[in-house]
Design a binder for this molecule. Structure first.
Ligand code: BEZ
Length: 200
């Protein structure tokens, strides 16, 4: 299998962490690419019309996207519902947490593009603040949750979203008012799957 990815992408990291947790790392060749909304990658677009990473080319030659689909595919390949619990309360919680964390990462990536790809004179501070409001509200919601559950797709998504905030927005200092997720993230970050995929 081949994975279009970038070391900084929180969504590509989700896939790489999932593959690591499932013991599938050796079966995936990483195709690291760099692109932006104003500088799309032609070869990637031939596989994923949306031009987004991560995109996985399976051994059968089909391209899968986006990260929830790829992670669920890898989980099925490994068997036994290890990252995606079988239908029932644990599954709905894991999927909801994945949606919450992915939404947080989405908002953070949009701010990153606004601040790095858009000319300074065209940047819109109210819009940036609107994205940060989503991130901060999601963090506050996570602070109230019990994350000490099996390391499933919900936990992987949360860990990767928090890692992206640390990478691109260290000034946000989200831990200062959210000690419970801070402690959870510190412990989760020791997992080999997260240390092996930590962006430089
Ligand atoms: C980044 O450099 O922040 C980034 C790279 C790829 C996808 C998303 C974000």
């Amino acid at each position: 299998m081949q994975l279009y990815c970038n070391p900084a992408s929180p969504f590509a990291r989700k896939v790489r962490v999932s593959a690591f947790e499932l013991g599938l790392t050796e079966r995936i060749e990483l195709l690291n690419i760099t692109q932006s909304p104003v500088n799309p990658h032609r070869e990637l677009r031939a596989h994923n019309p949306l031009g987004k990473i991560p995109a996985l080319i399976t051994d059968a030659g089909e391209t899968l996207y986006d990260s929830p689909v790829i992670c669920e595919y890898l989980d099925a390949l490994a068997g036994a519902n290890r990252l995606f619990p079988a239908p029932g309360p644990a599954r709905w919680t894991a999927l909801r947490r994945q949606a919450l964390a992915d939404g947080m990462a989405d908002a953070a990536v949009l701010v990153r593009y606004e601040q790095t790809a858009r000319p300074a004179t065209l940047q819109w501070q109210d819009w940036i603040e609107g994205q940060f409001l989503k991130i901060r509200t999601a963090l506050d919601a996570l602070e109230k949750e019990d994350l000490d559950t099996p390391f499933d797709i919900g936990a992987i998504s949360v860990a990767c979203a928090l890692g992206y905030l640390d990478l691109r927005f260290p000034a946000e200092r989200w831990r200062e008012t959210r000690p419970r997720i801070g402690a959870w993230h510190a412990a989760a970050s020791e997992r080999p799957s997260l240390t092996a995929t930590r962006p430089a």
